[in-house]
Write a protein that binds this ligand. Structure first.
Ligand SMILES: O=C(O)/C=C(\CC(=O)C(=O)O)C(=O)O
Length: 312
């Protein structure tokens, strides 16, 4: 059944709704695992989508996110502000405040944000800001504005999450390497997997991580990156095989700087909506040992988002 969007909003034509009734993963997540990349959308009758948004999704509420967390076996979430809410972080903050300490957040802020507003976001559980360079998702923000924001949030101990596509890395390199915080890259900088894991493009991404020890990567979103599948549907245990060598390379070389997330509710997928249970079954293909799984799913996200609780 098609899921609603509420209020005066109409979903973007062709919008794919998140998968109803995901399977129970076969892979048993380590105790305390964190889904370190997911979103909430609305509900837009309560938290309207931003006028400047580039897409209008179906609603995906905090209650639905927390139900998925429990079903899949995660202990905690990191909720990332989605561009459909612009720099209005109310839906994110509401979800964080309802999570009983089980969620932390990554917000979007403008240069005009006040110190009091940053403090309030911190109190709610925000620990980072996201700078998005994917042109279909956001309008351009001048780099000096972003650097100013980065300098201010650095003082709070926050980090910067960056989202960009692989072809844009050379042009963004100087800006990224000037950031004064820990920097977390979404979805491995969106490699074009059809170019192969030994391409110059992916080599540049590995060099970026190798030469800058403050750079981390989410090894998430195979469903977005895959060109040849197979899709995480119908019990498929070997989904998105073409993405495995990329994510595995990053996990093996930088085991203490990787994070994983479902990306629920999977905004803007065009081809299919994955079964989130089968996405969890993708994890042991990219992090094959219990030690790597523990780092990817527990130790690393805890160090970044709940440092006060993290193991020494
Ligand atoms: O969910 C993601 O990470 C990816 C997105 C959406 C997005 O980033 C956003 O709306 O903020 C995408 O590629 O469309």
């Amino acid at each position: 059944m098609s899921k609603p969007t509420t209020g005066p909003f109409e979903k973007t034509a062709g919008w794919l709704d998140w998968y109803e009734g995901p399977s129970t993963p076969r892979f048993k997540l380590p105790a305390g695992s964190v889904d370190a990349h997911c979103h909430v959308f609305g509900p837009c009758a309560e938290f309207p989508y931003a006028p400047e948004r580039k897409y209008t999704p179906c609603d995906a509420s905090k209650a639905q996110l927390f139900a998925l967390r429990d079903h899949l076996g995660f202990a905690r979430n990191v909720i990332v502000q989605a561009t459909c809410h612009g720099a209005d972080n109310r839906a994110l903050v509401d979800a964080l405040q309802s999570s009983q300490g089980k969620a932390r957040g990554v917000a979007t802020v403008k240069r005009s944000v006040t110190d009091e507003e940053l403090q309030a976001l911190h109190a709610a559980g925000v620990r980072g800001v996201r700078f998005n360079f994917v042109k279909r998702l956001v309008d351009f923000t001048p780099k000096d504005e972003l650097l100013e924001i980065a300098g201010r949030i650095a003082k709070l101990g926050w980090h910067v999450v960056i989202y960009f596509e692989a072809v844009d890395l050379p042009e963004l390199w100087d800006f990224f390497t000037a950031l004064p915080t820990t920097v977390v890259v979404d979805h491995m900088g969106r490699p074009d997997v059809s170019k192969g894991v030994d391409s110059d493009e992916f080599a540049l991404f590995l060099k970026f991580m190798r030469e800058h020890k403050n750079v981390w990567s989410k090894v998430s979103c195979p469903e977005r990156l895959s060109a040849t599948g197979p899709k995480a549907l119908d019990g498929e245990q070997n989904a998105y095989r073409d993405v495995v060598p990329f994510a595995r390379r990053v996990v093996e070389e930088f085991p203490d700087r990787v994070l994983w997330g479902t990306d629920w509710p999977h905004p803007n997928l065009k081809d299919h909506m994955p079964d989130d249970g089968l996405l969890v079954d993708f994890i042991p293909h990219i992090a094959p040992t219990p030690q790597m799984q523990q780092q990817l799913l527990v130790d690393n996200p805890m160090r970044l988002y709940w440092p006060e609780e993290a193991r020494a």
